[in-house]
Design a protein around this ligand. Structure first.
Ligand SMILES: C[S@@+](CC[C@H](N)C(=O)[O-])C[C@H]1O[C@@H](n2cnc3c(N)ncnc32)[C@H](O)[C@@H]1O
Length: 217
């Protein structure tokens, strides 16, 4: 994803508390055992360099956060970030977010799902690889607790509109509820690295939030 090489990770840093290979995680996910407590759970798919995951976990110690990232070098980079910040309420999984939702996550177990700037897969024949697809969205509907939220941001207007159509057609989530752009107070005061890059280039960001209503299965 990124244009710049990732910073080197100190080989002495212990990543074992934060980095987990999806295939080594028992199914179904035992969230309370993973974190050693019972708390709200939020999940981010495609965590990239981990800015959202680390900032969200640091800002809300009462909740637990799981990111899933398909590229091993990014998953390791994120784990290093979480380990350096000693964030006991965050884990990064190395694996495929689609599979994680399909096989590991129980019904009504997640308070928020975050998908920020997913790969657009521009070519028509590659669009089936997009994360925001029918089967993923059906799983989002299933795993969210009543009152839970889906957060989707992208810089690709066509992807945004297509995903909104899929959400309307295949889920009972309400929205899109608009999300306002927040002025950045410092150089890393962005939701993710991609948001930072896009806003510094003065390009538009399309943001939407959806809610699973209380009577929704
Ligand atoms: C364009 S980057 C955006 C990264 C980050 N969300 C941000 O906004 O800075 C998309 C990320 O999603 C990851 N990704 C793509 N498909 C995935 C999947 N099926 N499961 C988990 N991660 C995935 C990519 O490796 C990449 O790190």
């Amino acid at each position: 994803m990124g244009r710049r090489a990732l910073r080197r990770i100190d080989p002495a840093l212990d990543l074992s508390q934060h980095l987990i290979k999806l295939e080594e995680l028992p199914e179904p996910l035992a969230v309370d055992a993973l974190f050693g407590r019972h708390a709200r759970l939020e999940i981010e798919v495609g965590s990239g360099k981990g800015l959202f995951l680390s900032a969200a976990a640091a800002g809300d110690p009462q909740s637990d956060f799981i990111g899933i990232e398909i590229l091993a070098k990014y998953a390791r980079f994120i784990a290093a970030r979480l380990a350096i910040q000693e964030l006991s309420n965050a884990r990064i999984l190395h694996g495929d977010g689609q599979l994680f939702f399909q096989r590991w996550l129980a019904d009504c177990s997640v308070h928020a799902v975050h998908v920020y700037f997913p790969d657009p897969w521009w070519k028509s024949r590659h669009k089936k690889r997009r994360v925001m697809n029918e089967s993923f969205l059906i799983n989002v509907q299933r795993v969210l607790v009543p009152g839970g939220t889906l957060h989707f941001w992208t810089d690709v207007e066509e992807y945004f509109q297509t995903a909104l159509g899929l959400i309307a057609a295949h889920t009972r989530l309400t929205g899109p509820h608009p999300v306002e752009e927040k002025p950045a107070d410092h150089d890393l005061d962005y939701r993710t690295h991609f948001e930072r890059r896009i806003r510094l280039n003065h390009e538009p960001v399309y943001r939407a939030q959806f809610t699973k209503e209380h009577e929704s299965p």
